[in-house]
Design a protein around this ligand. Structure first.
Ligand code: 6CS
Length: 316
């Protein structure tokens, strides 16, 4: 049988690398084939999600940045400075989190999805046309965010004017001045040449990009146990692979950007400069409890317990 798998990025970007490894594992261990659909081949993130829910696709990678609109609890990933900055702690959190492995699957199941895994894609950085050292510098900056209500609240708290847009419109919107800023991990800034249209990159350590891979639930439920095992093993192998693949990726990507365009300014905010951004976490957390769905409190409490279990947690 041929199974279709769509994701939000290009084949050689992080989600694509994960998908390629998943395909390789499934095909090596079964008679099934995986057909990959990178970004743009089937539409935007919202489109591929719809196709996975209706069963046209068997697998989909969609980030909570978009899923937060339909599973409000998934917005928890946009409470700033919640995830740890330290990579080994971060990975351990994704491997062991009860919130991810026990609380989220039923919420995805309600949407017709079998949650297979969540994994981090790298430190999120702001790119803007002017330098940013404080929330005041974001005043009047129309800042593109994924279509996620809490991310809008978070960037409002950061002092910007958040503008939710699908990914496909971001480069053009920066180029034409409809927006003046956006955020993404370094590999994505590099591969999509975002530095051409916004030459200031600011690292404020507020988040790591989380994504999720799901199967259509009816499809998954009806599979024989041996096929479920092939899928689960392939996901586990791809998780290990993608963690390893990302070692050093952020710094390499930033170096490539600097090489491609020497006037790009990459700034890491000092602790002092970060303080006012960090101070917004409490407000955004409260907002999450208001708009994060029936299980918001339970999810947030569990996330914090999971983070405490892997180390200090708190600083992204
Ligand atoms: O900003 C976005 O919309 C996109 N960012 C990443 C890193 N992956 C997919 C998503 O569409």
């Amino acid at each position: 049988e041929t199974w279709r798998y769509a994701f939000e990025e290009a084949l050689e970007e992080v989600q694509g690398k994960f998908a390629q490894k998943f395909k390789e594992e499934v095909e090596a261990n079964s008679d099934h084939e995986i057909q990959l659909f990178p970004f743009g081949t089937l539409g935007e993130s919202a489109d591929i999600m719809e196709q996975a829910q209706s069963g046209i696709l068997q697998f989909v990678d969609q980030s909570p940045g978009f899923t937060g609109a339909s599973i409000p609890e998934a917005q928890v990933f946009f409470v700033p400075y919640l995830l740890p900055a330290e990579q080994s702690q971060l990975v351990e959190f994704f491997r062991t989190s009860k919130a991810i492995h026990e609380l989220f699957p039923p919420l995805y199941a309600d949407q017709g999805l079998e949650l297979l895994t969540m994994f981090p894609e790298g430190e999120v950085m702001m790119t803007t046309q002017e330098p940013v050292h404080s929330p005041e510098d974001l005043n009047e900056v129309k800042f593109r965010v994924m279509t996620n209500p809490l991310l809008v609240d978070s960037y409002e708290a950061f002092g910007a004017t958040p503008t939710p847009l699908p990914w496909g419109e971001v480069y053009g919107a920066l180029q034409t001045g409809i927006i003046q800023g956006q955020e993404n991990p370094a590999f994505y800034l590099e591969s999509n040449k975002l530095y051409e249209v916004a030459s200031h990159i600011t690292r404020l350590g507020h988040n790591n990009f989380t994504t999720a891979v799901m199967a259509n639930k009816d499809f998954y439920d009806e599979l024989p146990d041996e096929d479920k095992k092939v899928i689960d093993d392939a996901i586990a192998a791809a998780f290990d692979y993608i963690v390893e693949y990302q070692e050093g990726l952020t710094e390499e990507s930033l170096a490539k950007i600097q090489e491609a365009k020497s006037d790009v300014v990459i700034t890491t905010l000092t602790e002092e400069e970060r303080a006012p951004f960090k101070a917004t976490a409490e407000t955004v957390e409260k907002k999450f409890l208001e708009i994060g769905g029936a299980q918001a409190q339970e999810i947030l409490d569990q996330m914090k317990a999971d983070l405490a279990a892997v180390g200090e947690g708190g600083e992204a």
